[in-house]
Ligand binder design. Sequence first.
Ligand SMILES: Nc1ncnc2c1ncn2[C@@H]1O[C@H](COP(=O)(O)OP(=O)(O)O)[C@@H](O)[C@H]1O
Ligand SMILES: [Mg+2]
Length: 255
Amino acid sequence: MLTVQHLRKSYGGVQALKDLSFSAAPGQTIGLLGPNGSGKSTTINMLTGLIRPTAGTVSWRGIDIHAQLSGYQATLGYVPEEPRLYAYLTAPEYLRLVGGLRDIDDGVLERRIDRYLELFGLDSDRYAPLSSFSKGMRQKVLISAALLHDPAVVVFDEPCSGLDVASTLMLRSVVRALAEAGKVIVYSSHVLDMVEKVCSDVIILHHGTVVAQDSVSRLRELAQAASLEAVFAQLAVDDNVEATGRAIAAVGTSC
Ligand SMILES: Nc1ncnc2c1ncn2[C@@H]1O[C@H](COP(=O)(O)OP(=O)(O)O)[C@@H](O)[C@H]1O
Ligand SMILES: [Mg+2]
């Protein structure tokens, strides 16, 4: 169980996260949904132990993560928002580096690397430097790197940015399958549709405040609530993309 109690983070005068509590059991996928600047990455960075909270705790199996940081991070897979990689390495070289840090047996590591490259359609790019990869391709390498050691907790920070439609759909099934396999998953996104499709529970953040916390089956109802109208107006809703696209294309003739 991953347990978060009264988590807060301030950067000087900016309160990036005001008071967040939740717990997540194996098989649960917690969606952190909110517009840009709402505190999602700040929360994710505290869940990974990369930054310390101003107040409150993150516990894994009942113990504060900062009291067991290397052990906790060994069970953690993290897909960061920015796909920063060593530009001069190839994808297999990068994954070998990560696998080595994770202490994965060489034979097992090579098999896993081959399998991820094949499944993500990166096999033909295995000799190319990561500097030549698109953002989406880099994201796939980062997702592979995060899963390489079969982590118990997987944290995704807006993993879809840069992914094309087919890869987004694939990621969706990856997240679902990870949940079925009993992982604890935290998934941050500013896209309502994605959270609705992959998460069991949703926490909606706005200016660092939790404005709603519920099961994802109630998400559509929450979207109708007058008190949350302003928040939902700032979220990307895939369902509307086509209509909005048509409207934009028609502005020149309709207005
Ligand atoms: N390292 C930092 N120093 C100062 N302010 C920060 C820092 N990181 C985030 N913030 C501020 O905290 C707020 C939440 O940011 P963030 O967690 O990145 O939001 P999100 O990931 O939802 O877009 C924003 O106002 C942002 O400017
Ligand atoms: Mg962010």
